[in-house]
Ligand binder design. Structure first.
Ligand code: TYD
Length: 210
């Protein structure tokens, strides 16, 4: 089974990934957890280029293609072989992130971004995707508690100006909501619930999946 997690920065998805991993491992399933961008030697190198704050000249087109390149490698090197061996594959972000962040967030041509994802992931389509939804003011609230040094390039761009940041995240969230309408595999979960409540909703979906 292939499970992906999506949401705005600071929505809490990484915590949920860990909890689900532990849950499945306790049930003696074979589980592989990956994070995007990254997950292979090549993809981790691309991740460093993508998230390095020194790369402030990166163009939107470059960004889109680097995410795509990183993902293409991950799909073929890790995801497809693991699914073939009947592993549970959990990915912290996947192609929906590119549609929401690059397509909607960076105002790129949505249809092209979607087509590019099809080319990149081919038949490695998630069985189920959890979109942990938090409002944009919650993102900013949680972000303000983190030291600037711990933020990556995407989180600090558009840099500084709060209204630009708000608009960017509003567009990304709109992208996710658009995908929720379009794709039955995506389950939207209220990210303001407690960690335990969210975990239980996720378990419920996994157990009832067929
Ligand atoms: P991530 O490592 O998930 O950061 P966090 O754990 O803080 O949520 O993702 C890094 C950043 O990359 C995040 O701001 C979202 C962005 N991103 C894209 O813009 N497009 C993509 O396709 C992916 C996978 C991530």
């Amino acid at each position: 089974m292939f499970i992906t997690f999506e949401g705005l920065d600071f929505c809490g998805k990484s915590t949920q990934v860990k909890l689900l991993e532990n849950y499945l491992k306790e049930k003696k399933h074979n589980v592989i957890v990956i994070r995007e961008p990254g997950g292979t030697t090549i993809s981790e190198q691309i991740r460093n280029v993508l998230l390095d704050k020194l790369n402030d000249k990166m163009q939107n087109e470059t960004e889109l293609l680097l995410f795509a390149a990183s993902r293409a490698q991950l799909v073929r090197e890790i995801i497809l072989p693991a699914l073939e061996k009947k592993y549970y594959v959990i990915s912290d972000r996947y192609h929906d992130s590119s549609i929401a962040y690059q397509g909607f967030g960076r105002n790129m041509q949505i249809e092209f971004v979607i087509q590019l994802q099809k080319f990149v992931i081919n038949n490695a389509i998630p069985d189920i995707t959890f979109f942990i939804d938090i409002p944009v003011d919650e993102v900013l609230k949680r972000m303000s508690k983190v030291k600037n040094i711990d933020l990556d390039r995407i989180e600090t761009s558009p840099n500084g100006i709060d209204s630009e940041k708000i608009n960017f995240y509003e567009r990304v969230r709109k992208g996710y909501l658009y995908l929720c309408e379009k794709e039955k595999r995506i389950k939207k979960i209220n990210g303001l619930l407690t960690i335990e409540e969210i975990h239980n909703i996720i378990i419920n979906h996994i157990e009832n999946f067929n």
